[in-house]
Design a protein around this ligand. Structure first.
Ligand SMILES: [Cu+2]
Length: 147
């Protein structure tokens, strides 16, 4: 087991043992990734169009929805290659009980959600809206995972 994998395994254990996300900045060096779902004008787009991450690193994914619509961000293939913490609605930190990155994270108009994840598999994945009409209109981004 190489050092990076050991580190990832230790991180995963710590996450699964329930260290609150709010405290995790004290323990882990994580990188924030902000994604905007739609625009205030109601455009079906997502920004930025591409995220670059690395295997074994810890990221905080912040999904913001400035649009007048509800969006459900999902990345089915990516979801099978990452370990995540629970999802929380900000700023109160209310747990998002039903969402998963693979199955979809509902982000209502004006809402922000966050989760931490560690990618484990190199590749290019897509994150898009569960509403196919929104995706076709441009609400889709790519996530590149490098070794
Ligand atoms: Cu949508």
């Amino acid at each position: 087991m190489n050092a990076r994998l050991k580190f990832a395994a230790a991180t995963l254990c710590a996450m699964l043992l329930g260290i609150p996300a709010a405290q995790s900045d004290d323990y882990f060096a994580s990188t924030d990734l902000y994604v905007e779902l739609g625009t205030a004008e109601g455009d079906f787009a997502a920004f930025p169009g591409n995220l670059k991450v690395e295997v074994g690193e810890i990221y905080r994914l912040i999904l913001r929805n400035p649009s007048p619509f509800t969006h459900v961000a999902m990345a089915p293939e990516f979801g099978g290659t990452v370990v995540t913490t629970g999802i929380r609605r900000l700023p109160q930190g209310v747990p998002h009980m039903t969402g998963t990155i693979a199955g979809g994270i509902e982000v209502r108009s004006g809402e922000t959600t966050e989760l931490y994840f560690v990618p484990f598999k190199q590749g290019r994945y897509k994150l898009f809206c569960e509403d196919r009409m929104h995706t076709v209109a441009g609400m889709e981004i790519t996530i590149d995972v490098a070794e």
